[in-house]
Design a protein around this ligand. Structure first.
Ligand code: GLA
Length: 666
């Protein structure tokens, strides 16, 4: 892994995850030598080392880690030291079988993989904190340690546990939330299907049931489960804060289809936001998913710079077909994260494992050794990051916000809804893709974020929304903003209760429309609009109630019914998209929205060329990432930092290359 140099610009910081425990000690010195060659300046150490650090309960063996940290320090390489609690050793489950997690059907998840613990287990909590105490006690003042890494990807494999320990913890969480059973019965709508609870002990997690499980019970269990994982982060961090002075982080997984951790709520519990991201190999446009993840991570970080804690130099091993990165892709990927606010890029893993579950995962040093495309590109990236030292600490320009809420995601994908084809991230990705193609950068933020600085706000599929957040969007438009809301938004409150009086409930007044009935489409069925657009999945019987009609259906179940509307509200306008537009129609819609809101791309660029601007006061840097197979010319004036060349008005970026221009001040 790698980090951009300090703002003094003297050193590049480059970071990897080191797993010295997998290798004989003779290899360690070569590791240091190769790291120095590649410009690596920070390594994460000890993430899955609990079983080695505490081979039997209460007996710690730190000798090997002492030597590793000393070697790294002597080599001038800094350390992001793990608390090592990510995966308990097998002895814990043997001594305390009740610490093992259970699925909804009662299946026990045994040791032999990783993260085999119940997140609510007091035994796990106690033993893990003992380990944190021991590790922090030993290394708090080690000169190599510059950062602490709590656990690893909390909730990746064990976020939902349905065991009796979890059931008891869930009841405690519900008591906190509702105070009494009347509150809970009301929120869960238990008058339906004879579900009324008369005693807390009757309540369980939503274990496997005969018919559709109560939706609010499911929603609360999802909230509880995210909170339980967060509680582990908080407990470790709290303890660390009494013992160490370095910043504390844990690696989030924003943007990887990871649905179950509400990172917006976790962000205050880390000193800096760090994130893991892996490309979806099956997606030929995977650079869009990367950009979305990065923009969302920045949103989670409140716009501050963040750290890419993990990505891969080439293929992973856990997708069905693990496509390797083509020459140049590693650099484009890494620098796209930097363009979007990462102050450092780190990789899993340093040296490709020769055994174990991830032996076919790429690394900085492949099985074939350093004389490889991967290691050469790693060295090139190290040099590039050094040249970008001055960018560190700057922020990213974005005039567009996309609202995102993990609770809305949980809510919209509960069972027995009008159509299984309505998924949460579908419209997010569609709108984001259209912006990306237009060269427009967006912040992906929680609906409670301050929207006043944005020219355009998009609300894709915001099914569940709080009154206060819906009101904030209304005020934003009233004050002159432009907003667009897509179908199946504003439907329920935070208890998943329908907002009555017509859809889209919470946004009816803002949008100036009232829908009386949904008309989801059959699988594969398409409809046409009178502006030439094609759509599928969703239509609805919508009545304008103050909004002007921009397009109506010409066929399908609702010919003549409006599909796209615009409502003037105060000094602004609110658009409603009542159907699932295809890509060309979404591109046209976004072009109109961007135009109406006065949003400009970071620079005019041909399709397939990513342009993003970072800014620090008056100083700006234009990142240009050419994903195409042709050379492109972009208007820019300043110094291109990767080559040192001046560009006076026009920048030439060869096929597949990246350029970063420190722009002349105008
Ligand atoms: C995650 C984990 C790593 C490793 C990688 C593989 O990000 O944190 O330990 O398993 O996935 O891609």
């Amino acid at each position: 892994m790698m980090l951009i140099g300090r703002s003094t610009g003297k050193t590049t910081r480059k970071n990897v995850r080191l797993s010295p425990e997998q290798w004989p000690e003779e290899t360690w010195s070569e590791d240091i030598e190769l790291m120095r060659r590649a410009g690596v300046n920070l390594v994460s150490v000890g993430i899955f080392s609990w079983a080695l650090l505490e081979p039997t309960p209460g007996r710690f063996e730190f000798g090997w880690l002492d030597r590793v940290l000393d070697l790294l320090h002597d080599g001038g390489i800094q350390v992001d030291l793990a608390t090592a609690t990510a995966s308990p050793p097998p002895w814990l489950a043997r001594a305390h079988p009740e610490t093992l997690p259970r699925r909804a059907d009662g299946t026990i998840l045994w040791p032999g993989g990783r993260q085999a613990y119940c997140p609510s287990s007091p035994v796990f909590r106690e033993r893990s904190l003992e380990l944190v105490r021991a590790v922090a006690g030993r290394y708090a003042d080690h000169p190599a340690v510059v950062m602490w890494h709590v656990s690893n990807e909390l909730g990746c494999h064990n976020v939902h546990c349905y065991c009796d320990v979890s059931a008891e913890a869930f009841r405690g969480w519900l008591r906190e939330r509702y105070g009494d059973l009347d509150g809970l019965n009301d929120a869960w709508g238990t008058a339906f299907w004879s579900q009324r609870y008369g005693d807390w002990a009757e309540i369980n997690p939503p274990r496997t049931v005969t018919a559709i499980a109560n939706p609010t019970q499911q929603l609360d269990f999802l909230r509880f489960s995210s909170d339980e994982q967060r509680a582990q982060l908080r407990a470790e961090r709290e303890l660390l804060k009494t013992m160490v002075r370095q910043p504390v982080t844990t690696n989030f997984m924003v943007g990887m289809d990871i649905k179950h951790m509400d990172y917006h709520s976790w962000a205050p519990d880390v000193d800096l936001v760090s994130n893991d991201h892996y490309l979806t190999a099956a997606d030929p446009q995977a650079q869009l998913g990367l950009a979305l993840a990065a923009d969302h991570t920045r949103g989670v970080a409140g716009g501050d710079p963040w750290l890419l804690m993990e990505h891969s130099t080439s293929a992973v091993n856990w997708q069905p077909r693990n496509v390797a990165k083509l020459p140049g892709q590693l650099r484009r990927n890494s620098l796209a994260h930097v363009a979007r606010g990462a102050d450092g890029v780190l990789f899993f893993q340093w040296r490709a494992s020769r055994a174990g579950a991830e032996k076919f995962h790429s690394a900085l040093v492949p099985h074939a050794g350093p004389d490889t495309k991967v290691f050469r590109e790693v060295c090139q990236l190290g040099a590039n990051l050094k040249a970008l030292a001055e960018v560190r600490g700057s922020r990213v320009d974005a005039d567009v916000a996309i609202l995102f809420d993990w609770e809305a995601w949980w809510g919209v994908e509960l069972d027995s809804h009008p159509s299984v084809d309505v998924t949460y991230t579908d419209r997010l990705a569609a709108l984001y893709g259209a912006l990306w193609r237009a060269g427009v950068t967006a912040d992906i933020v929680h609906p409670s974020a301050d929207l006043s600085g944005y020219r355009l706000v998009l609300a894709p599929t915001l099914y569940l929304v709080r009154d206060v957040d819906a009101e904030a969007l209304h005020r934003y438009v009233q004050a002159g903003g432009t907003a667009a809301v897509t179908y199946f938004s504003g439907i329920v409150d935070e208890n998943d209760h329908i907002r009555l009086g017509g859809y889209p409930g919470a946004f009816r007044e803002l949008l100036g429309v009232r829908t009386e009935e949904f008309f989801p489409l059959r699988e594969g069925e398409q409809v046409r609009l009178d502006d030439g657009s094609v759509a599928d999945v969703w239509t609805e019987w919508l009545h304008p109630d103050g909004a002007e009609v921009l397009a109506s259906y010409t066929d399908g179940p609702l010919p003549g019914v409006p599909a796209l509307t615009r409502h003037r509200v105060g000094a602004g306008a609110a658009w409603y998209v009542g159907t699932r537009l295809d890509e060309p129609a979404t591109d046209r819609l976004v072009a109109r929205l961007v135009d109406e809101a006065g949003v400009r791309p970071a620079a005019p660029a041909p399709s397939g060329v990513e342009v993003v601007r970072r800014r620090d006061g008056e100083r700006t840097w234009l990142f240009v990432i050419n994903h195409t197979e042709a050379e492109v010319r972009i208007p820019a004036a300043g110094v291109e930092l990767l080559t040192g060349a001046r560009c006076a008005g026009e920048l030439t970026v060869p096929a597949g290359e990246v350029a970063v221009v420190r722009e002349d001040r105008v």
